[in-house]
Design a protein around this ligand. Structure first.
Ligand SMILES: *[C@@H]1O[C@H](CO)[C@@H](O)[C@H](O)[C@H]1NC(C)=O
Ligand SMILES: *[C@@H]1O[C@H](CO)[C@@H](O)[C@H](O)[C@H]1NC(C)=O
Ligand SMILES: [Cu+2]
Length: 135
């Protein structure tokens, strides 16, 4: 029956659509980079991050750095004492490997409290999209 055939095709397209989404490259703060006086909550607000996407931190490493934290340390702006958790190279590119919440701050004294912090949720790109509403 024709109806069934078109439903099947629609279902296949809906199923495959997320899989063909291309990985995105994001630059933290766009042309402002990773620095003071940028609102990273605003920057992230209209973006949806997926596994496989890249996030590039561009900064002068004489002035800034990047630490990936857990949620508690993020909320209190606690810089880990373990230096090996920090990223100190300029132009640091992070590729999201697993879905979930991610927390990043600058570990220079006071910078996290002044807004150098980003809290995002990375979604699994292979998860099925929301079911289409019945036509
Ligand atoms: C510091 O972090 C690294 C990477 O997670 C880990 O391998 C190492 O054991 C940690 N060192 C201390 C003293 O916690
Ligand atoms: C700053 O970044 C450069 C280039 O990535 C690197 O060679 C240098 O060691 C870094 N400096 C510090 C203080 O980590
Ligand atoms: Cu900083």
């Amino acid at each position: 029956m024709a109806v069934h055939r078109s439903l099947v095709i629609f279902a296949i397209v809906a199923f495959m659509a997320p899989a063909i989404t291309l990985a995105m490259d994001y630059v933290m703060g766009d042309d402002k980079g990773w620095s003071l006086n940028v609102n990273y909550e605003d920057w992230a607000e209209d973006k949806q991050f997926y596994v496989g996407d890249n996030l590039l931190f561009k900064y002068n490493n004489a002035s800034h750095n990047v630490y990936k934290l857990n949620g508690d340390d993020f909320n209190s702006c606690t810089v880990p004492s373990n230096n090996s958790l920090g990223l100190f190279s300029e132009n640091y590119r992070i590729k999201f490997a697993v879905a979930g919440k991610k927390w990043y701050i600058c570990g220079v004294t006071g910078h996290c409290n002044q807004g150098m912090k980003l809290n995002i949720i990375v979604l699994d790109s292979t998860a099925p999209a929301a079911p289409p509403s019945a036509a």
